[in-house]
Write a protein that binds this ligand. Structure first.
Ligand code: GDP
Ligand code: MG
Length: 598
């Protein structure tokens, strides 16, 4: 029976603990990737992943392993991102697996995302194989890390696999442990097809490419499939596996992880988490699918060139296929024209989406400062939820404003508890409890406004604890807060896309800081630009950008024409992310200035 020799597993860990490097070594040892094609973090195939050295997308590959018991096993390995913004990718991968390799850095030990990912694996009933990586580091402390895994996560780590992915140590043992510890997939090949869509991507030649895990039955080219959430039917044009490039197959059978194409051109027909079955012989019940995910922050997204609005819509639709957590709806701004309000899981997610849209779809975009959503209770009793400062009702109509708060778990060595508390209090946090996880680690729990967390909380936390703290958080509800809307005026005209919502206590400070920032960000123009920050009609801060005739070639005093051209080119490129607001040229950085105010 073929299923007996299949193993489906994910690799999960805190960021930088070595998931992608372990995946590299596994691909090498099983000759899945030839030596010539091998490069570091080979599964991180997007440019952004390679440049930033982080995994953003899950990646599924099939590989063959000849085990010591003499059988050849088929492994489906899913590498996942570690950053909290992308944990949705992790939970989707886990639903396609029977086991998870939980990788822990031998020097750093258990971190917040180690715990969060371990719990996700437990929730999905996965068998967890603990792996302690980076044992080559001088500061590695295997005994201690084993104790942490046992004490903090509650799984036995005595027989954890010890690896150095860098040197290749322990990978042979790891492969055997995958065979012995990860259960083979269950499910009946004779039952009607039941397949989970766990990812998808748009390909301009083949249409939508669906990543699937087959839980029952089989699917082959020519089959008529049905998507269970909407009843749409398609004829399968290709099935196959990634290894790591696409390799077509005659069929995909129960237990397999692979891809299906079916000339699906309308991207809205497919949804991650949906179940695929056969139109002529459907399964009765769909798989549980995925919980709907709600964005944490929202930002306006506008094409620099207004005529690209439809292109942006098309790009968002296609990218949403590959990133099911992305949400958007049309919005208009007086200053920026037609665009979209886009929801993100965090600022890194936002940054990555902007970059993917610009690169993969060749667009130039302006994004406005991110905002959380607020519940506004009006004096007439109605509730209005806004995710854009410009939707804020007039203060006279507002009874109260509620903001989203999170339960933040900050894991830190005990010496740094003071620093964590100081920072959390400064960010309007309310202390909840503190638990000792073992003799050394403390879990400090704070209720914190989401608006404070999304800005620079994580960076401040890292710097005030010398990198030792790690953070995990979940929305816990809404609480009343004294928020006010701050308007920014350029030459007396309010610019809707620059306004932001801020806590009353911080309003004056932020107002002053932002006008100072803008003064440096907004380039000198041929006329003077007055910048004002105002709450209602009350101006709280002001500054001025002096008039200036910009001549970038000035310092060269005529002379060298090629150098002159170079400078002009540079200036042209710098212009890409600029927008004319009224008569004033405003660069992208101005809209993000509110983020850098601490
Ligand atoms: P990921 O974020 O979990 O996917 O981690 P990566 O695989 O991208 O690795 C993060 C960093 O740790 C990279 O610079 C790797 O070269 C390094 N690294 C990974 N495994 C080892 C190891 O066993 N020993 C040492 N010294 N460094 C490692
Ligand atoms: Mg990685």
């Amino acid at each position: 029976q073929r299923q007996k020799y299949i193993r489906n597993f994910s690799i999960v860990a805190h960021i930088d603990h070595g998931k992608s490097t372990i995946a590299d070594r596994i691909l090498e040892m099983t000759d899945t990737v030839s030596e010539r094609d091998m490069e570091n973090q080979v599964l991180d195939d997007m440019d952004i992943e390679r440049e930033r050295g982080i995994t953003i997308k899950l990646n599924a590959v099939e590989l063959k392993y000849q085990a010591h018991d003499g059988h050849v096993y088929t492994f489906h390995l899913i590498d996942t991102p570690g950053h909290v913004d992308f944990s949705y990718e992790v939970s989707r991968s886990l639903a396609a697996c029977e086991g998870a390799l939980l990788v822990v850095d031998a020097a750093q030990g258990v971190q917040a995302q180690t715990m969060a990912n371990a719990y996700l694996a437990v929730d999905n009933d996965l068998e967890i194989v603990p792996v302690i990586n980076k044992i080559d580091l001088p500061s590695a402390d295997v005994t201690n890390v084993k104790a942490e895994i046992a004490d903090m996560i509650g799984i036995d780590a005595d027989d954890a696999v010890l690896t150095s992915a860098k040197k290749g140590t322990g990978i042979a043992e790891l492969l055997e442990r995958i065979v012995s510890d990860v259960p083979a997939p269950t499910g009946d090949i004779n039952k009607p097809l039941k397949a989970l869509i766990f990812d998808s991507v748009y390909d301009s030649y083949r249409g939508v490419v669906l990543s699937v895990r087959i839980f029952e039955g089989q699917v082959k080219v020519g089959d008529k499939i049905e998507l269970m959430s909407n009843g749409k039917q398609f004829e399968v044009t290709e099935v196959g596996v990634m290894s790591p490039k696409a390799v077509p197959r005659a069929s995909l059978m129960v237990g397999d992880v692979g891809y299906i194409t079916a000339s699906i051109k309308n991207v809205q027909d497919t949804r991650v988490g949906d179940t695929i079955t056969l139109a002529d012989n459907p399964t009765k019940q769909a798989l549980a699918g995925y919980r709907k995910i709600t964005p944490m922050v929202y930002s306006g997204m506008y094409p620099v060139d207004n005529s690209k609005y439809e292109d942006l819509r098309d790009a968002l639709e296609k990218l949403q296929l590959n990133d099911a957590s992305l949400e958007y709806e049309p919005e208009t701004s007086q200053a920026l024209g037609f665009g979209f309000r886009v929801g993100f899981l965090g600022l890194l997610h936002m940054d990555v989406i902007q970059e993917r849209l610009e690169r993969e779809f060749n667009l130039d975009l302006i994004m406005t400062a991110p905002s959380v959503n607020y519940k506004i209770i009006l004096t007439d009793g109605t509730i209005k939820v806004i995710d854009n400062p410009s939707q804020m009702p007039d203060p006279s109509e507002i009874k109260e404003i509620q903001e989203p708060v999170v339960r933040a778990e900050i894991m830190v060595p005990k010496d740094y508890v003071g620093a964590v508390m100081e920072l959390s209090e400064r960010k309007r946090g309310q202390f909840q409890t503190m638990d000792y996880l073992d003799n050394y680690h403390v879990n400090v729990i704070y209720k914190l406004p989401l608006a404070e967390i999304i800005y620079d909380f994580f960076d401040s936390l890292k710097s005030s604890t010398h990198g030792f703290a790690s953070l995990d958080y979940n929305i816990s509800g809404y609480e009343v807060a004294k928020m006010v809307k701050m308007d920014i005026l350029l030459n007396k005209e309010p610019v809707d896309a620059l306004s932001f919502i801020v806590h009353e206590d911080f309003a004056y400070d932020r107002g002053r800081t932002i006008v100072q920032k803008l003064k440096h960000i907004i380039p000198r123009q041929q006329f003077e630009v007055a910048i004002q920050a105002a709450i209602g009609t009350k101006v709280v801060a002001r500054s001025t950008v002096k008039a200036y005739r910009k001549d970038v070639t000035g310092p060269l005093y005529g002379g060298d024409q090629t150098r002159k051209n170079k400078l002009l080119d540079k200036q042209k490129r710098g212009k890409k992310r600029m927008k004319e607001v009224g008569r004033v040229t405003v660069p992208q950085a101005a809209f993000m200035a509110v983020l850098q105010m601490g």
